[in-house]
Write a protein of this length. Structure first.
Length: 278
């Protein structure tokens, strides 16, 4: 298992731009001991000119860091009604992934009507050696474990899988430990981590299809009271997961120095938990 860091840590709340230039972010991850990066449209994506994509691709290549996953348009992370549209024309996202030498794209599905489009998109992606994955996410058809497995069975494509994300599973009232990991293991293509603490009086709220509105607090990954990361690492170890462990926290970091400090803390957090499961 290796450490990847998403541009989301320096992303503005609108999710369409970065507070720190993507070029600086790439250097920060490399210098801070990260082993890979996760790209989103806020850094570079389908809305950007080819020249911009190529410039970012060259910067990434020069850093020596692989790109673990691409979220190529804004609507997928916004998880809005337009989120599934990229499935209907996946070619632009495939182009971005190829430019970044990445074989995994995050997609969005809001209803069972999106299943046939997911099949078609996966078939097109397979021709380029690219996989598609859906995050365990609120207000999607990947909220509950039984539902996730059913949808994957309906899609029935080897190159379509999931992004295991324990905080969202927790928000959706699901187990995220070894029992769930063993059920999801054949389909896990990436791991995303962020940390929340459930609280009916909490300052943050997300809607869910399965439970209605859920209130919570944002926490640092290493803060207690939220996701039990000891359980997460033990579960990942139990299924012999060897892929990317991606820091996906919405930190809203605005300065290069704060980003450097945060990446260092995330690396220390990752290495501590990894050593406990050797």
């Amino acid at each position: 298992m290796y450490l990847s860091v998403s541009v989301r840590i320096v992303e503005a709340t609108c999710k369409t731009r970065l507070n720190v230039p993507v070029e600086d972010f790439i250097d920060i991850v490399r210098d801070g001991g990260g082993q890979a990066i996760c790209m989103r449209a806020s850094g570079a994506g389908v809305a950007d000119a080819d020249e911009r994509i190529e410039a970012v691709a060259q910067k990434i290549a020069g850093s020596g860091l692989p790109v673990t996953m691409v979220t190529a348009d804004y609507d997928v992370p916004l998880n809005n009604a337009n989120g599934p549209n990229s499935l209907r024309d996946i070619s632009a996202s495939l182009d971005v992934a190829q430019a970044f030498n990445c074989d995994l794209i995050r997609v969005c599905m809001k209803s069972n009507d999106d299943i046939e489009y997911a099949r078609q998109a996966a078939d097109l992606a397979a021709k380029r050696g690219i996989r598609l994955a859906h995050q365990c996410h609120t207000t999607s058809i990947f909220e509950e474990v039984d539902q996730i497995l059913w949808v994957l069975e309906q899609i029935n494509r080897e190159n379509f899988g999931i992004i295991y994300e324990p905080a969202n599973l927790m928000l959706n009232g699901q187990s995220y430990g070894v029992d769930t990991l063993q059920r999801l293991a054949p389909h896990i293509m990436n791991v995303y981590v962020q940390n929340h603490r459930l609280d009916p009086e909490g300052p943050e709220e997300l809607d869910t299809f399965c439970r209605g509105p859920v209130r919570f607090h944002h926490l640092y990954l290493w803060e207690p009271g939220g996701v039990d990361f000891t359980e997460v690492f033990q579960g990942l170890h139990a299924i012999n997961y060897g892929g990317s462990f991606t820091i996906h926290q919405a930190q809203g970091i605005e300065t290069v120095q704060d980003a450097k400090d945060y990446v260092t803390q995330c690396r220390e957090f990752f290495e501590l938990h990894l050593s406990e499961n050797d």
